[in-house]
Design a protein around this ligand. Structure first.
Ligand code: SF4
Length: 472
C-alpha cells in the first residue's frame, strides 16, 4: 500500500515542570500507512493500556528529529498549535490525547463490552452471558445488571461492584417547536456533559426519480464521541472547548439507550461533539454493539464523520465494513482548508484525497462530503469549480451546510441564492450529486457543542446546526 501518512514524529519527551507536563515535539518525518506499520496502535498508545505498556509504546515511537526540526512545548490535551505552528502538532495532539488517562469513573457501563467480557472471563464466566445481561437491562432499564436472573454467583458479585446499567443520565431535554428535533444534554459520571440530537425525518416527503419516495418517518440520532474536541475547526462551537476527554464505548451506546426512550432510532450519525476517529477504539466498539444482536441497527444506517484523520480512514473500511463515512472537507484547496480546518496542516489535502481513494477501493462505498458554506470564504463560483474538479471522478454526495453563526464566530452565512448557484455548478457542470442540508431545530441550541457551551456560560445561544447529518 502506498505510503500516505506524512505525519507524526513523537519525540514524546514528557517532563514535569511546575506542575505542567510538556511534550517535546519534532518536525514531521514520513511514516508508513497504518497497514504497513502493523496496524493501529503501534504509533498511538491505546488509552486502555496500562501505564507501563503506554510507556513502552511511547518509547518505541520515539523518532529522530529531522533536519531543520525544532521542539516546542504544548500543554497536554490542548490544540494550541492550530494557527501558529508549522509542524504536525495537531496530529501529535491526537497521539498525546491517546496517552491521557481516562477521566475518573466509579463504574463501567454494562455496554463497555470489551471490559465486561474481560471481567467475566477473569472470573471464569462465559461471555455468552453478556447478551443475556443486555437483553434484560434494555427491557428493564431501572434494574441493574446483577439483578439479571440466571447469572452465576461470581458474576453477580463482580457486576455489583464494577458495573452499572446506565452510568450517564439525561440532564436536559429540549424539543423544537415543529417537533422535528430533540436535543438531549447527557451528564456523564465524570460530571462532564455531552449532547445527543434526535432528528425526525419524513422519508416519504418530496419526490424521488419522479415518483413518491419509499418509507415513512424515521429518526436519526447524532451522537457525541468526545467531550469537546481538539481539532479546532474555526467555525465550530465544540472546537472552542478544546478536548476534555474521550467517551467510552458504553457512554456512546448509552446515548442510543437514552434516545430510544424518546422515540425509536433508525439511523446513527457520529457528528456530535468530538472527532470520532480520534477516539477510534471506543467508536468501533460502540458501533459494533449498535449493529449487534441487541440493538440490531443496520451498518448502512450508521455514518461516521471525520475531518480527515488519514490513518483511521484507511483502517475503518476494514474494521467497520458496511458503515458509511462522511468527510468534512469544507474547502477544495490546501491553502483555503488550512484557514478553516487547522488539522489540514497535519493531514494535507492531497494525502486526504489519496486516503479517500484507498477507502473507496476497499469499501466500495459512496462517501458523504460535508461542506459548510461560509460567506466570502469558501462559497464563490471559482471555489465551486475547484471543488467540482477535485471530486468529479469520485463516488461522493456533497452536502452543502448553511452556516449559522456560533456565539463567538466572525463567519457569515451564505445567502440562499449563493447556496443554490454553488449547488447548480456542482450538479450541472460536474455531475456531482449535491444536496443542501435541511435546517432543523432552529429554536433550540441545535448545533454541535452549543448546548453544552450554553449551559456552561449560562446564556442562550443562537442556533447553528452545523454538523448535522445527511444519512439516507
Ligand atoms: S467540526 Fe467536528 S472535528 Fe471540527 S472542531 Fe467541531 S467537533 Fe471537532
Amino acid at each position: 500500500m502506498k505510503c500516505l501518512h506524512n505525519s507524526i514524529s513523537t519525540k514524546a519527551n514528557h517532563q514535569a515542570k511546575g506542575g505542567k507536563r510538556e511534550v517535546g515535539l519534532s518536525r514531521c518525518t514520513p511514516l508508513h500507512s497504518t497497514a504497513e506499520r502493523g496496524g493501529e496502535g503501534r504509533h498511538f498508545p491505546k488509552p486502555e493500556q496500562g501505564s507501563r505498556e503506554r510507556e513502552r509504546v511511547r518509547r518505541s515511537n520515539q523518532v529522530r528529529v529531522s533536519e531543520g526540526g525544532f521542539t516546542h512545548p504544548v500543554k497536554l490535551g490542548c490544540v494550541t498549535c492550530n494557527a501558529t505552528c508549522s509542524c504536525s502538532c495537531v496530529a501529535r495532539a491526537v497521539a498525546v490525547a491517546a496517552m491521557e488517562p481516562l477521566p475518573h469513573r466509579n463504574y463501567y457501563s454494562v455496554f463497555d463490552s470489551d471490559i465486561l467480557k474481560r471481567e467475566l472471563d477473569r472470573i471464569g464466566v462465559k461471555p455468552l452471558h453478556v447478551f443475556t445481561i443486555w437483553t434484560h437491562v434494555l427491557a428493564h432499564l431501572d434494574t441493574e445488571a446483577h439483578d439479571v436472573p440466571g447469572l452465576p454467583h461470581a458474576a453477580i458479585e463482580m457486576l455489583k461492584t464494577r458495573f452499572k446499567t446506565l452510568t450517564s443520565q439525561v440532564q436536559d431535554q429540549q424539543t423544537s417547536a415543529d417537533g422535528t428535533t430533540t436535543k438531549l444534554l447527557i451528564r456523564l459520571q465524570s460530571g462532564q456533559s455531552v449532547e445527543a440530537v434526535i432528528m425526525r425525518h419524513d422519508a416519504g416527503a418530496g419526490k424521488y426519480a419522479g415518483g413518491p419516495r419509499q418509507g415513512g418517518s424515521r429518526a436519526t440520532l447524532c451522537v457525541s464521541s468526545q467531550v469537546g474536541c481538539q481539532m479546532g475547526c474555526t467555525f465550530c462551537a465544540t472546537g472552542t472547548m478544546g478536548l476534555k476527554g474521550n467517551l467510552s464505548a458504553g457512554e456512546i451506546v448509552e446515548q442510543l439507550v437514552h434516545a430510544s426512550q424518546v422515540c425509536p432510532i433508525r439511523n446513527i450519525v457520529f457528528m456530535g461533539m468530538g472527532e470520532p476517529l480520534n477516539n477510534y477504539k471506543a467508536v468501533v466498539e460502540g458501533t459494533r454493539i449498535m449493529t449487534g444482536r441487541c440493538f440490531g441497527l443496520s451498518p448502512t444506517h450508521i455514518t461516521i464523520s471525520t475531518v480527515g484523520v488519514i490513518p483511521r480512514i484507511l483502517s475503518i473500511a476494514n474494521d467497520l465494513p458496511g458503515v458509511n463515512l462522511a468527510l468534512s472537507l469544507h474547502a477544495p484547496t490546501q491553502e483555503l482548508r488550512c484557514q478553516i480546518v487547522p488539522t489540514a496542516k497535519a493531514y494535507p489535502l492531497d494525502k486526504l484525497i489519496a486516503a479517500l481513494n484507498c477507502y473507496q477501493t476497499i469499501s466500495g462505498r459512496r462517501v458523504l462530503v460535508e461542506y459548510v458554506m461560509l460567506a466570502g470564504i469558501n462559497d464563490s463560483e471559482e471555489v465551486a469549480h475547484q471543488l467540482g474538479a477535485l471530486l468529479k471522478d469520485h463516488e461522493v454526495t456533497i452536502n452543502l451546510i448553511p452556516y449559522n453563526p456560533a456565539t463567538s464566530s466572525s463567519f457569515k452565512p451564505t445567502s440562499q441564492e449563493g447556496l443554490t448557484s454553488f449547488q447548480k455548478i456542482l450538479r450541472g457542470l460536474y455531475g456531482i450529486r449535491t444536496t443542501i442540508r435541511q435546517e432543523m431545530g432552529q429554536d433550540i441550541a441545535g448545533a454541535c457543542g452549543q448546548l453544552v457551551i450554553a449551559q456552561s456560560v449560562k446564556q442562550t445561544p443562537k442556533v447553528t446546526d452545523i454538523e448535522e447529518l445527511c444519512a439516507a
